[in-house]
Design a protein around this ligand. Structure first.
Ligand code: GAR
Length: 216
């Protein structure tokens, strides 16, 4: 079966891009990464794409007069590569309603919190400040409103008493790197349905227990 032609949009380090590359390199993957786009020149993720032999394009948002013209350039490039699906992986630009509509149910994002908690930036600092005992990550379909949309997969990550934003980020990233490839694989295998704006994944398994934090 033909693999889902996927583009990954990044702005920086690209560790989630790497997790997606690793998944797509496995023989049985249902998706292939055909293109990486960075809106930031010199983003470390571009190097990861090159190492994997994937074409990357830099489309710098600040070389365009407005959001619409930036996104027209994105769309033109995506179309010229025959892209069918987009993964946002640390892509730090807000997309317009028109762009999101054009890619309805064909664009997903990873966010470093258990949505709908802690939308936006500095998620780990805010989770620590609130004193929540679990945080995590979410992979979701993108909708017009930022950090909303049907949730595909989440992972809960405990917050330890001596955590700082960096240690927490590192622990959440481990979860992100498992969740994002899993979400893309479920979609590429046509196992994900959206019913009334909720994701249903028939025959998927979930842990049937609860977790405590702290334990004693
Ligand atoms: C990841 O933690 C991702 O969840 C987050 O940016 C980081 C990118 O890291 N995304 C957002 O905050 C989007 N609102 P990476 O470049 O190493 O994948």
């Amino acid at each position: 079966m033909a693999k889902l032609k996927t583009a990954v949009l990044i702005s920086g380090r690209g560790s989630n891009l790497q997790a997606l590359i690793d998944y797509c390199q496995s023989e049985n993957s249902g998706a292939q990464i055909s293109l990486v786009i960075s809106n930031v020149m010199g983003a470390a993720g571009i190097e990861r794409a090159a190492e994997a032999g994937i074409v990357s394009k830099v489309i710098e948002h600040n070389s365009f007069p407005n959001r619409d013209s930036f996104e027209s350039a994105l769309t033109e490039t995506l179309d010229s590569f025959g892209i069918e699906f987009i993964c946002l992986a640390g892509f730090m630009r807000i997309l317009t309603d028109a762009f999101v509509k054009r890619w309805h149910n064909k664009i997903i994002n990873i966010h470093p919190s258990l949505l709908p908690s802690f939308k936006g930036l500095k998620t780990h600092e805010r989770a620590l400040k609130k004193g929540v005992k679990f945080t995590g990550c979410t992979v979701h379909f993108v909708r017009e409103e930022m950090d909303t949309g049907p949730i595909i997969i989440q992972a809960a990550v405990p917050i330890l008493s001596d955590d700082n934003a960096e240690s927490l980020e590192n622990r959440v990233l481990l979860a992100e790197h498992r969740c994002y490839p899993l979400a893309l694989s479920l979609i590429a295998e046509n196992r994900v349905a959206i019913i009334n704006e909720k994701v249903s994944i028939p025959k998927s398994k979930a842990p049937g227990v609860f977790f405590l934090n702290p334990i004693e």
